[in-house]
Ligand binder design. Structure first.
Ligand code: ZN
Length: 364
């Protein structure tokens, strides 16, 4: 892999105290010259633009890392680029320069590959600027295109209430609870696919190392993983869209340990779903001009009584089972609905604070 070769070359240069190799130098060394060696001769069969892309990706990873070191980049500190692990998934990206084309016949023309038949999942809204071909562990190929589209807010109907807002309390019983105790139920496929995954994993563990049956069983496990990913992704997109359709502002909790009472397989599945759900919610709100805020992960949204502000709610491992509770002030709470109120309040406070800060910056 050209990407890994580039990381290796730069690490080597650093260890030896040499100058940081430029992308041009790496291109010459890792592509042009490497093609003549037996180990890397296959590079000649790959479109040159794609190889350059790997170097450009590596370059960007290093630039982000250096910017992060200098504090010029927002977000958490980044480590130096790592070797990309060989996973079951392989991908390759073609940009415009690589001269890929969508033909009138509906086929996709790729340089040095040929004209491929495509099962289109939707129509392309405009000329794509790049295409990534992904080979999944199950041997299926997927093409995903980057296309410029109009601002996403235009595809949405105007809000019934332009000031509608909601908190999002991720839960154990329900997937999430929204304003007014409205809940997003856990989808049934979570449990069903999780059981299927466990079954296939058990079958795999019984097969002999290196046997053909083991390879077949491994493929079955990969198929279930793929199915989980796709089903989860579609389902999450739908939930995110529903929330955005109804709310101008969305406030979420910082992700914390919610999976305590679940088994390990289930826990990782829910955690992955929560993480993806929050990330997509955040990016979708940004694209549609909605307000978004994430409260601190240590904010006691469950413990806080939303009536009087005392920390009288359930806490600790035992508290996970408590669905309803009463505060000394006389208020009776549903656990999740109360948490949603607190998240919404705190989120609104954060969003207003941010707005004031931005306004202050604009004035100075
Ligand atoms: Zn109270």
């Amino acid at each position: 892999m050209v990407y890994n070769d580039a990381v290796a070359a730069r690490r080597h240069a650093f260890a030896e105290g040499l100058a940081f190799p430029s992308t041009a130098a790496l291109s010459k060394q890792l592509i042009t010259e490497a093609k003549r060696t037996p180990k890397r001769s296959w590079l000649a069969e790959v479109s040159a633009v794609v190889l350059q892309q790997s170097l450009a990706d590596c370059d960007r990873a290093y630039r982000n890392f250096f910017a992060s070191l200098k504090g010029a980049r927002r977000g958490p500190r980044m480590g130096p680029p790592k070797f990309k692990r060989r996973t079951g998934t392989q991908s390759i990206r073609f940009t415009r320069n690589a001269r890929f084309a969508v033909l009138h016949s509906g086929r996709l023309r790729l340089p040095k590959v040929g004209d491929l038949r495509v099962a289109w999942s939707r129509e392309l809204p405009s000329e794509p600027s790049s295409v990534t071909i992904v080979k999944s562990p199950t041997g299926k190929y997927f093409a995903s295109f980057v296309v410029a589209v109009e601002d996403g807010s235009q595809e949405l109907e105007p809000l019934a209430d332009p000031e509608a807002e909601t908190g999002v309390d991720l839960g154990l019983k329900d997937f999430a609870v929204l304003r007014g105790g409205k809940s997003i139920d856990n989808p049934r496929f979570f449990r069903r696919l999780e059981r299927k995954l466990r079954r296939e994993q058990r079958a795999l563990s019984r097969k002999m190392k290196g046997s053909a049956n083991r390879a077949k069983a491994r493929l079955e496990v990969a198929k279930v993983h793929e199915k989980i990913r796709h089903t989860r992704s579609d389902w999450i997109d739908k939930q995110v869209l529903d929330i955005i359709r109804e709310n101008q502002a969305v406030y979420v909790e910082g992700l914390c340990v919610t999976g305590l009472s679940r088994g390990r397989a289930a826990k990782s599945m829910y955690d992955a779903a929560f993480g993806m759900f929050l990330a997509r919610l955040e990016s979708k709100t940004a694209r549609t001009g909605r307000t978004f805020a994430r409260v601190d992960r240590f904010f006691p949204s469950t413990r806080l009584c939303s009536e009087c502000g005392a920390l009288t709610g359930p806490t600790g491992l035992e508290g996970l089972k408590v669905r309803k509770w009463s505060c000394g002030c006389g208020a009776h709470h549903d656990r999740d609905a109360n948490a949603e109120v607190n998240i919404r309040r705190e989120g609104r406070r954060l969003a207003m604070e941010r707005e004031r800060f931005a306004a202050g910056l604009a004035e100075n």
